[in-house]
Design a protein around this ligand. Sequence first.
Ligand SMILES: [Zn+2]
Length: 371
Amino acid sequence: MGSGISLGRVWNVPIKLHASWFLIVGLITWSLASGYFPAAYPNINPLLYWALGAVTALLFAASVLLHELGHVALALRERIPVRGVTLFIFGGVAQITEEPKSAGAEFRVAIAGPLVSLALAGLFGLLYMLDRAVPFLAAPSEYLMRINFMLAAFNMIPGFPLDGGRVLRAAIWKFTGSLPKATRVASISGQIVAFGFIAFGVLTIMNGNLFNGLWLAFIGWFLQNAAISAYHHSALEHSLAGVTVSQVMKRDFGQVTPLTPLKQIVDEGVLAGGQRSFLVVEDGQPRGLVTLENIASVPQRLWPFTTARQVMTPLERVEGLTPYMELMAALQKLELANQAAMPVLYGSQLVGMLSRDDVLRYLRIRTQLGV
Ligand SMILES: [Zn+2]
């Protein structure tokens, strides 16, 4: 969900639209304009059906966004970093990269979204009750009341990583004191829910309703994937607990001078030396960092004529890690900065480099040794 159209930031958290979002807003507009509004308001200008449909679909999208911002607000209050919010075909995801510190924090972050949806359902319900007589307000309000209520109900299904699954995980965590155990149970319940959706979808297709059936099966398939990947993420976090950057970082990173041509770095350092990031050193002082991304940003035919200085990221702008930082936190920092590697600084002294590959290699070795 990394790609998408940027909508700006809320509380400094980037908000994005995934391309599939247009499909769902289009589908909702179409279904409202062709079925719901003609039934609610017979015999009016058909253009009005489309206008009402589009406005209602956008308000639905805004409701989904507010649901996600509910999670974001509580996550930020618990000091859990949020990478961004993306709206896509099944609604929204708030990318909360770190596990909450406690069962209570997990519960509060998880319940915030459905509570926002319930509040919105109440608000639109109130609007509907107050203005049942006002033309063109009652039917959209009623629709938005129902759909926000459904959003709260759907998300409270107790399958991880749905909100309900997170609430379940928080409860098991609180009860057993073990986050890995809680994650395992919540993830299994997530997979059961996902298979339920798929089975129900297949039954619906066999009953002749192809579109609804495919849709249900599609949601199930998505939930299945999400349950498994959320479980892996959580397991990773558990297995890296207590490991620090200094245990995994590379101490022998490549060094180049500011005037070394990229061609030479690639030939000698990358291809022959197997290194992926290079420290640019001038008069014994580190000046910057050259990574494969920096090199790849220059067309290959210019490599002989481009120097390390021209493509390096100056050290002041390079975010660094510290040797005693937890490896999982370092990995998240790499992910957040979208960088393959980061220098490890002890005070102002460079003591090593940590790349995502180093972490993967470390995990592979541990898996092979079974430790
Ligand atoms: Zn939610």
